[in-house]
Write a protein that binds this ligand. Structure first.
Ligand code: 48H
Ligand code: FE2
Length: 261
């Protein structure tokens, strides 16, 4: 078979454009393809929702690749073990109620399952703003990460979404941008602002992060470390059950909301 470079180029451009055009209007736009974002996308896609993940880096997986201090194993507690099983991630019991899993297997399997369920992932895209309409989030403002890194003055494009989940981890990026640009808007938190992530206390941090996974402004949700930081509880270190359960909870709550119309 003869190979033509131009066919290869055309194939990539056309296929990408099809995918991109098909995802300009979404039920749910997820910012950040870390653990919580991937789980949220996986669950929403399983429920038949049109969801896409926008990840600024080349690879998804966020903080899961490196396990704890680059020892590439993760710990998951009993409460989230069912998600490892459902995803097909091999886990081993350690102490009572603690399981370990290979960080690379966990990350790759989660990403693979999310995609196979139907969520689309757009990597190398930086979410730099949101769209707001009459006191409700209406979507995202996106730009290539490379443009942002190069400091070039190029205007962005937009994605319309009924719901946006900020899954940007410790950075709490979307929430910060939203507050900076939309004063005097306030969040559904104790002060109306970002409460801030606290020092490490795994047990409380894990439970509260799941509890705090919620809609903090109409159409704007927080999950994972962004929920930890926005509503203000303790960090938990390299235990990932809370992140997974938080992503799942956000997906379930949004799915219920979409059912109500
Ligand atoms: C597009 C963006 C943007 C942007 C960031 O860090 P993550 O893995 O986030 P979580 O919350 O799913 O998981 C947190 C976990 O990894 C962790 O750090 C834990 C449990 N820490 C405990 C502790 O004590 O430290 O993923 C966030 C993703 C990353 O891939 C970013 O690149 C991406 O979001 N991202 N993507 N546009 N503006 N900002
Ligand atoms: Fe972390």
């Amino acid at each position: 078979m003869g190979l033509d470079e131009i066919i290869i180029s055309r194939a990539i451009i056309e296929r990408f454009m099809e995918k991109f055009l098909d995802n300009l209007e979404l039920d749910v736009a997820i910012v950040g393809g870390g653990v919580s974002g991937l789980v949220a996308g996986w669950r929403l896609a399983q429920k038949g929702r049109k969801a896409a993940i926008f990840e600024r880096k080349l690879s998804v997986g966020g903080g899961m690749w490196g396990g704890g201090m680059m020892f590439n194993e993760i710990v998951v507690q009993e409460e989230a073990k069912h998600l490892l099983d459902e995803l097909g991630i091999t886990s081993r019991p350690y102490d009572r109620g603690y399981y370990t899993a290979d960080a690379i297997e966990s990350t790759t399997t989660l990403a693979s399952q999310a995609m196979k369920a139907g969520v689309k992932i757009f990597n190398l895209i930086h979410v730099e703003d949101v769209m707001v309409r009459e006191n409700r989030i209406d979507g995202l403002v996106i730009l290539w990460t490379a443009v942002n890194m190069a400091g070039l003055h190029v205007d962005p494009l937009t994605i319309r979404a009924k719901h946006v989940i900020d899954c940007t981890g410790h950075d709490v990026e979307v929430i910060k941008i939203f507050l900076r640009k939309n004063q005097p808007a306030s969040l559904k938190t104790e002060t109306g602002g970002i409460m801030g992530e606290r020092s490490m206390w795994a047990e409380v941090g894990e439970a509260k992060t799941v509890e705090y996974t919620s809609e903090v402004y109409p159409g704007l949700w927080v999950a994972g470390m962004t929920a930890t930081g926005t509503l203000g509880t303790f960090r938990m270190g390299p235990i990932f059950g809370g992140m997974m359960l938080s992503g799942e909870k956000a997906a379930n709550l949004i799915d219920e909301r979409l059912k109500k119309g």
